[in-house]
Design a protein around this ligand. Structure first.
Ligand code: ATP
Length: 241
């Protein structure tokens, strides 16, 4: 059974349909890339998984249990960590306070028992955050803010991490650093990852499989190798002639 599965999901903003029968799955331990151009519906797919948007039709399951339509805090408690586009950290709070906010969806008992362990885990992964734990979020560099956004989602020890364009707006060197952290999270900690990217080159470098969204529908799926060798993908998403 896949860890995360979407079957025939339709989602709307008001009367405008943004997802049309989206089906995809992520197996335990995988990094899967969700690719597509601007406005294709990538963020909408993540929001529909994490409970920020209600699927109008179709099913979303986590470990075989239906999570479609549950409120976001319930989905978070069940083990879905969502790192939204644009990072959305609390700029006036310190690094440590931001990380504490990440533990908020846990039940009080979970929070008390796992807080220290999860904090050590995040500081171990991102030593920069440890160094800057008393600094306000807004004073961090773009790369550090991305680390903080990921760290915050890790504070409730998720089963799967949904990452929305973690490379956006970062200098190439920092993009490499963030991607290396994602690989480390996956390989060393065994975390399952669904990675949304417009930067298909980067995403397919670390993902084992991928899906391509176009105007709210999945138009292609395959292994990273298959997608990289597809002529249309090369032209449209990898910028090759
Ligand atoms: P981007 O990389 O630009 O974020 P995306 O693939 O993540 O692209 P979505 O943000 O999921 O795309 O948007 C999918 C469609 O839904 C677009 O047509 C967009 O205009 C529309 N949309 C997104 N958010 C809203 C909203 N809050 N209200 C109405 N329409 C929206």
């Amino acid at each position: 059974m896949a860890l995360l599965e979407l079957e025939n999901v339709d989602a709307f903003y008001g009367r405008v349909q943004a997802l049309h029968g989206v089906s995809m799955k992520v197996e335990e331990g995988e990094i899967v890339a969700l690719l597509g151009s601007n406005g294709a519906g990538k963020s909408t797919t993540l929001k529909t998984i994490s409970g920020l948007l209600r699927p109008q039709r179709g099913s979303v399951t986590l470990g075989g249990k239906s999570i479609g339509g549950l409120p976001a805090h319930a989905v978070a408690r069940l083990g879905v960590g969502h790192v939204p586009e644009g990072r959305r950290i609390f700029k006036s709070l310190t690094v440590l306070e931001n990380l504490k906010m990440g533990a908020y969806p846990c039940s009080p008992a979970q929070r008390a028992s796992a807080f220290k362990e999860n904090l050590d885990y995040v500081f171990d992964l991102f030593p920069r955050l440890k160094e800057r734990r008393n600094q306000r979020g807004g004073t961090l560099s773009g790369g550090e803010q991305q680390m903080l956004a990921i760290g915050r989602a890790l504070m409730m020890n998720p089963r799967i991490l949904l990452l929305d364009e973690p490379s956006m707006g970062l200098a190439p060197l920092l993009v490499d650093q963030i991607l290396d952290c994602i690989v480390e999270l996956n390989q060393k900690k065994g975390l399952t990852i669904l990675l949304v990217e417009q930067n298909a080159n980067q995403a397919l470098r670390i993902a084992s499989r991928g899906y391509i969204l176009q105007v709210g529908s999945i138009v292609l799926e395959g292994t990273a190798h298959e997608l990289r060798s597809d002529e249309n993908v090369r032209k449209t998403y990898l910028g090759e002639e």
